[in-house]
Design a protein around this ligand. Sequence first.
Ligand SMILES: [Zn+2]
Length: 362
Amino acid sequence: MNADAVCPACAKADLQSQFSVSASQAAQSIVLPTADRDRNQRLEAHIRFLWGADRCEILKCRNCGFGFSHPFVAGDADFYNLANSDVSYPQAKWEFTRTIEALRRSRRNNASVLEVGAGDGFFLDMLGAESIEARNITAVEYNTKSIRNLESRGYRTIASDIRDKQFDAYQSAFDFIFLFQVVEHMSGLDDLFDRLRYLLKSGGSVFIAVPNPRRIEYQEANDSVLDMPPNHVGRWTPQAFSELSARHGMRVVASEIEPIDWVEFLEHDISYSHIRRTQLKPDGIPARIRSLPRGKFRRLAEAAAAVAYIPARLGAWASAYRDRRNMGGSLWVQLERDPAYLPPASSRQDHPSASAPPVTAI
Ligand SMILES: [Zn+2]
């Protein structure tokens, strides 16, 4: 089934299958058919269209540990429109403060920055205290309401993929580029990493945070939610970042796992295992409660249903406690350009810089 697959991070073909999911399971993980049959059915049809098949396999690379969906196809705008009826952007996150700490160490005058997937700009607002001026801040964001919020604070916004032609004009334009909880949603990784190098100034850094793969493994091994494609299509490891960076003229200069936050861990575990029960038993009581109209009664009933299963979670929590050093929510990396890198001759003509108009010497 996966004879044609290679690892999108390291390009090796030594892969093992983890499990496979159907379009119906993927759709049900987002919207239960009992809650909204029409949206569930449209989502299922669209996922099948994206995959070009009824099933998708999760593969793991034995060389770099990268996990990925096969077919390796990211969700498109239609998918996210169908999937996200109510997006809420995270506020304080560990990767934000960790990145600020790194910025303080690599201070650059008059720095120009880009955040991909900026949401309502919670992280960007932290940059003012670091002497980064609003006029030097660019945000990639699609949500209309968020764009208005960002522009009201003086940030420039661009509503397109950084791999699109529009970004050809930004060669070596940014000292720092931020992608928080974005890269795990993306395919087309060779183009992405080529582009990050292209946009980055010499001596600048890219900061990326993704879900910690160990946490994903814990959830999937302990009756909690699956990290489901095509929402998340990549499961990143430090080695996967390192291999992909090396193939595109960059290198990992720092890599860290978030220290575990037990309140966050327990809240998510109780709620995710409840959601998983509703998926596994669509006719069970937890699923029936989750299919009620949104409101205070449903919230209370769901909380009660989730709490009733706490005794069943104790074994899983004991295993998480034993592995607590590796169980934080995020994996964070800092990348820089590799000054010694020469792109392979065959790919040089495909590089964005090669298609730029010729510069006339004065
Ligand atoms: Zn690999």
